[in-house]
Design a protein around this ligand. Structure first.
Ligand code: ADP
Ligand code: NI
Length: 216
């Protein structure tokens, strides 16, 4: 499905707004993450036959209402809703876009169930950015920004955790591989997403093998 000119213009305006909003973000949710997720999501959407406009818009907006990025989630939601209304995005598409944004976060496994193909596509693209070489880089970057340790075997890998524990409990960068990154491949929702995840997963396994050989 080709985007029409009006849809291209709406997406371009959203790109500028999101870029301005995230320019000072330092937790790994920066503009470059959003750009990668949009690009990957569009590729998957084309292969899976999903609505490219809704997928692109949701990918662009997916981290803006995150509890890690903003303090007042309701206020931020309203602000984004107003952007979309001002850009004449239909109420059907607006509802769909918000459903996607609100359901895709990992949150230690506490996200809402996914409703549509478009939600699955955006979630797969977001998760692909958390694995492979880019995922490894982001994991260490995020850990550093939170003052977490690199690796410490006295920290147990947590299998069950509440959202609060997932966000703020003590852990290490290496433990995050076991608490989240290595679980993502089997939770991919589309076959195109899964194919790419398999490659990235293998690379993380090789990285860990080499890391332990050098350090433990
Ligand atoms: P979530 O979906 O869990 O909210 P995000 O995908 O928004 O997490 O997290 C942004 C990036 O930071 C991802 O690459 C993620 O793997 C990484 N990250 C999140 N939590 C941690 C953590 N506790 N330790 C290391 N990296 C983390
Ligand atoms: Ni994201």
């Amino acid at each position: 499905m080709q985007l029409n000119q009006r849809e291209k213009d709406v997406l371009q305006t959203l790109r500028e707004k999101v870029k301005a909003r995230l320019k000072d973000e330092s937790t790994g949710h920066d503009w470059f993450h959003i750009q990668r997720v949009e690009t990957t999501a569009v590729k998957i959407a084309e292969k899976e036959g999903a609505d490219v406009f809704v997928v692109s818009a949701a990918a662009l907006l997916h981290d803006l209402i995150d509890d890690k990025v903003v303090i007042d989630e309701a206020k931020e939601r309203q602000r984004i809703e107003n952007w979309l209304i001002d850009l004449n995005v239909s109420s059907k598409d607006r509802t769909h876009i918000f459903d996607i944004i609100e359901s895709i976060s990992f949150k230690g496994g506490h996200g809402k169930p996914l409703q549509t193909l478009e939600a699955k596509v955006v979630q797969d693209a977001d998760r692909l950015d958390a694995i492979g070489a880019i995922g490894i880089a982001r994991c260490f970057y995020y850990s550093g920004s939170k003052g977490q340790k690199l690796d410490d075997t006295s920290f147990p890998v947590r299998s069950e955790m509440t959202l609060e524990e997932y966000r703020n409990g003590p852990s290490t960068a290496i433990n995050h591989f076991y608490e989240k990154l290595l679980k993502l491949k089997d939770r991919m929702q589309t076959s195109s997403g899964f194919l790419e995840a398999e490659k990235r997963h293998l690379f993380m396994e090789q990285f860990l093998e080499q890391f332990f050989e050098e350090t433990r």
